[in-house]
Write a new protein. Structure first.
Lengths: 101, 348
């Protein structure tokens, strides 16, 4: 048997914990799944096989090199965004506490 | 309830427990008032903090806003998504969408306070929602007429629940039935699943009501997928989702019909889908692909759109089928269909 105050307290706690679970667990999953999908698309775009002639092979080599640079930039940008996003709640709390104290 | 016992035996680890339904009406009211008031105060407080010039208030406002965004994003999400086959099922109350849960609680309150059976009360609560209105429309049922008839039956229903256990057993039965009906595309038990389950309940008044409108649980289950897809998101979002996720065949089919509806500005009735399915069965027995059904509905949609109508019925599907047969014989585009969109499809 549950009474109203106990239920309200349990829901409050559940939502409070739920926020962090959504932010960190759910968010991390969505963020990196999306990043990996983008990298996969880039791989398909830059790594498309070409014919066997020397010109084609040079073109393909340049394309793969350029793709490597783009992928590195994407990973770097993703890392920066993820770090900012990961640190946003503790940073806001730190700034609030810092101003109070 | 033999069927219910059977259902329970098939899902030994599944149960239904919602603490709100264990409380008295007054306690549920207190919970509702306190929760809603708290959210209003919280939102106003977050806005004031965010706009304040004082630094600590601003940063607390930012934190609270993050919480509010999370709350808004997860407002229509069930506590847990439906388990895959073979996964433990646990408490079915966790899989109810918040709207479905509110509908159950509302019907539960009405049955307790105003009287009338839970199933009829739930049907009444659900029939007022947009998704069920669309479900009924797709089946060719006028929602206002349905509601009026439902009110008459509700007035006649003299069930009173002196025994709370009986009411709880009915809620449990319905949630189990809705859980049983879930399709591969469903991530939660929503209003439409509940309504389809209500359609299958062996209740005298409900059977009479549904027979009046020539609908039943099976038909309702058939249109649940349409509502679920349309309810989930816009067409553009669905296109993105389709690109990034593997969808079940029936989800693809439903999405393609909804796209046809948008493209040709028509509304495909469920009897048209059933007619197309029937023709597929007759012409290609054993064929599991839904592509031929979709093509037939597309032809019917073009035909309907060209004649200036906007509802695709079973007759239109029959007409499209006959046109297709005539076209195959003559090898020409019907003169009435000589417009760019039609040529593209009919001219192939």
């Amino acid at each position: 048997m549950t009474n109203a105050p106990a239920y309200i307290a349990a829901r409050f706690l559940q939502r409070f914990i739920g926020f962090f679970v959504h932010w960190y667990v759910g968010g991390t999953r969505i963020f990196w799944t999306s990043t990996l999908r983008v990298l996969n698309e880039l791989e398909n775009l830059f790594g498309r096989p070409v014919g066997g002639s020397p010109i084609n092979l040079i073109n393909w080599g340049l394309r793969v090199l350029w793709g490597g640079v783009v992928c590195t930039l994407v990973v770097f940008a993703a890392l920066v965004i993820y770090t900012c996003w990961f640190l946003l709640p503790p940073y806001a709390l730190f700034r609030a506490l810092d101003a109070i104290l | 309830m033999a069927t219910f016992t059977q259902k329970r035996n098939e899902h030994l680890d599944a149960y239904f427990y919602d603490p709100l339904l264990q409380m008295s009406y007054a306690e549920r009211l207190i919970v509702s008032v306190v929760s809603n008031s708290w959210m209003i105060v919280y939102m106003v407080g977050a806005a004031i903090f965010l706009l304040a010039d004082i630094e600590w208030m601003f940063w607390l406002g930012v934190l609270n806003s993050l919480y509010l965004i999370d709350w808004l994003l997860h407002r229509s999400v069930p506590q847990e998504y439906l388990p895959g086959s073979g996964e433990p099922e646990g408490n079915l109350a966790f899989y109810l969408s918040p709207r479905a849960r509110r509908a159950i609680i509302s019907a539960y309150n009405k049955a307790t306070v105003l009287g009338g059976g839970f199933f009829l009360n739930l049907a009444r609560v659900l029939s007022e929602t947009r998704s069920i209105g669309e479900m009924l429309a797709r089946l060719g049922v006028d929602a206002r007429e349905f509601n009026a008839k439902l009110d008459v039956y509700l007035g006649r229903d003299l069930v009173s629940y002196k025994d709370k256990e009986r009411l709880l057993a009915e809620v449990e039965y319905l949630v189990f039935a809705a859980f049983e009906n879930r399709g591969s595309a469903g991530r939660s038990i929503n209003n439409m699943d509940l309504f389809a389950a209500v359609g299958g309940v062996k209740n005298e008044q409900l059977i009479l009501l549904f027979e009046t409108f020539e609908i039943n649980g099976g038909l309702l289950r058939g249109v649940v997928l349409f509502g679920r897809s349309a309810d989930r998101a816009s067409l553009s979002f669905r296109r993105i989702r389709r690109q990034w996720h593997e969808l079940a065949a029936d989800e693809y089919f439903v999405d393609s019909i909804l796209e046809l509806e948008k493209k040709h500005k028509v509304y495909v009735m469920h009897d048209a889908v059933r007619a197309a399915m029937r023709y597929r069965e007759e012409r290609f027995p054993g064929e599991s692909s839904l592509g031929s059904v979709r093509d037939l509905i597309r032809d019917a949609a073009i035909y309907v759109s060209l004649k200036g109508d906007n509802i695709v019925r079973s007759d239109d599907v029959t007409h499209a089928l006959e046109e297709g047969a005539a076209r195959a014989t003559k090898g020409a585009v019907p003169s009435s269909l000589e417009e760019p969109g039609a040529k593209q499809i009919y001219g192939k």
